[in-house]
Write a protein of this length. Structure first.
Length: 211
């Protein structure tokens, strides 16, 4: 898949860690093994595996911008369009189908709990009612958007070109031919729409990152 050097995507992806751990703790605290606990535990392990493969994740997370690349982290490069406009870089990453499956199963679990009005995994009805109603909806919505980006099919020609760039460990600049730039812009527009649709201000601000 192709993942953008996009702080909006990273922030949404990173925000999944707290609810995954919280639900896992609640299930573990009742000292009763269940399918829900296994699903969430697998999803958290897979979340970590995907996190470690995201482009420049240590720089997004670090407070010290002078910190070096993490071991195994892809080298950065500067991407340009055919007309010389600098573009947001995209990075090819390999994610195991099993990890995507674990994350999808967890999303389905959370969506089912929210959609049927049941308490969340490992929670009593009283505990569930103590939260604002929109909190669960927000978790499912963010989770869904992140998964749609991870599962978004990349343009194969663009993917092949950037795989070649990263395979050469280049850290300089890359210029896309006009046809590949068109594919790039369509793909990035899909990413922005998935992550920021429904909020006009957020959509405009996010889209500006790619112009």
């Amino acid at each position: 898949m192709l993942v953008p050097d996009d702080p909006v995507f990273f922030a949404k992806f990173e925000s999944l860690e707290e609810p995954l751990l919280r639900h896992l703790y609640l299930l573990h605290s009742v000292d009763l093994e269940s399918d829900d606990e296994r699903i969430i535990a697998d999803a958290y392990d897979s979340w970590v595996q995907v996190l470690l493969k995201l482009p420049l994740w240590s720089q997004w997370h670090a407070t010290d911008t002078s910190a070096g690349h993490a071991p195994g982290e892809p080298a950065g490069y500067t991407l340009y369009g055919a007309g010389g406009t600098q573009l947001t870089s995209l990075y090819p990453i390999e994610v195991d189908a099993a990890d995507l499956g674990h994350l999808t199963a967890c999303l389905d679990l959370f969506a089912a709990a929210g959609g049927t009005g049941r308490a969340g995994p490992g929670r009593s009805d009283t505990e569930a009612g103590a939260d604002r109603p929109e909190r669960k909806d927000t978790l499912v919505d963010v989770f869904r958007r992140v998964m749609e980006v991870l599962l978004l099919p990349p343009p194969q020609r663009l993917l092949g070109a950037l795989r070649q760039v990263m395979g050469q460990a280049r850290t300089g600049s890359v210029t896309l031919p006009a046809e590949e730039e068109t594919e790039y812009r369509r793909y990035c527009e899909d990413i922005v729409t998935i992550l920021s649709s429904g909020d006009a201000f957020a959509y405009r601000s996010h889209r500006a990152l790619y112009l």
